[in-house]
Design a protein around this ligand. Structure first.
Ligand SMILES: [Mn+2]
Length: 301
């Protein structure tokens, strides 16, 4: 007799975790409809699933929890190539369902525009939206981009502001922008901006204090949205829109620690977006992506 459970393996899941299930669902969102520069983010969920099997499942900091033990793989949202509005509605439906069943969700993009769908779903499920934390080299707050397109990866934060209405927007790590969007974001009466250079000058302690104060000053759920291009292209070449002088991994980890430590169970939605395998020479960014997912699950577990 052959033990089929032992000798027959299934389709790859993230880190080989079970399909959902119970636990924190990890949802693949291979949306890629509004590329302005280098394409490829649609391949991220499947490549991460395939390659994450081969890494040690060790988070950066030992918190005494089983980071993967409480996670499950929800699969990918089925999307129709190029149909932005329909895809946003589909993602919103799936994230809403995930929130109603599991209370939290980790979305693996795909292009950053999916965060608009996640924000709408979060607002609908909680009745309020609370705090949007945008960790990104860019503000993604243009009126239109390209000119004539009101919904894209470069404009969706403005759509979140208009449609969803966060109590507070926290921009962490921007360093490359159009002057008009910088003015727009600065003039909001509920935004806080810490540029990449600010973050590099702050100590871990200063960052924790500031983040705690900000998170405590508003009620409601927290949406943490991480565009991996916030990292320096030397460690994260696999993105569509690389920008020089980015964060190192330790600097990103301090942000994650500060938000998830103080945000706790208020962090209902966490997005990791914009990884682009075709732009990743030798898949050099994959160890960083894999570690990032492990680290966020470690703080959420
Ligand atoms: Mn970006």
């Amino acid at each position: 007799m052959v033990d089929l459970e032992f000798y027959v393996s299934g389709v790859a899941t993230f880190f080989g975790i079970p399909r959902c299930g119970s636990g924190i669902p990890i949802l693949g969102v291979p949306m890629e409809d509004t590329v302005s520069f280098r394409p490829g983010t649609r391949f991220a969920p499947s490549v991460i699933r395939q390659w994450s099997q081969y890494f040690e499942f060790t988070p950066s900091i030992d918190l005494g929890v089983d980071a993967l033990g409480k996670a499950c793989d929800l699969g990918d949202v089925s999307l129709l190539q190029g149909l932005v509005d329909m895809n946003i509605r589909r993602i919103e439906s799936v994230v809403s369902e995930a929130l109603s069943r599991w209370g939290r969700v980790v979305n693996i993009g795909g292009e950053h525009t999916l965060s608009l769908a996640a924000a709408r779903a979060l607002r609908a499920s909680q009745g309020s939206y609370g705090i949007y934390v945008h960790v990104d080299a860019h503000f993604d707050s243009r009126t239109e981009w390209p000119i004539g397109q009101s919904l894209s990866h470069a404009t969706f934060v403005r759509r979140i502001i208009e449609d969803v209405g966060p109590e507070l927007l926290l921009f962490l790590g921007p360093r490359s922008y159009d002057p008009e969007e910088l003015t727009f974001v600065r003039d909001l009466n509920n935004s806080v901006i810490l540029m990449t250079r600010d973050l590099k000058l702050m100590s871990r302690y200063e960052l924790r204090l500031l983040v705690r104060e900000l998170l405590d000053s508003y009620s409601g759920p927290i949406h943490l949205s991480i565009d991996v291009d916030v990292l320096d292209p030397s460690i994260m070449p696999g993105v569509g829109n690389p920008e020089a002088f980015g964060l190192n991994y330790g600097e990103l980890l301090r942000i994650i620690e500060a938000v998830l430590d103080h945000g706790g169970s208020r962090v209902k939605v966490l997005d990791i977006v914009e990884y682009s395998p075709p732009n990743d020479p030798g898949l050099a960014s994959l160890p960083v992506i894999v570690r990032l997912i492990l680290d966020v699950l470690n703080y959420m577990a």
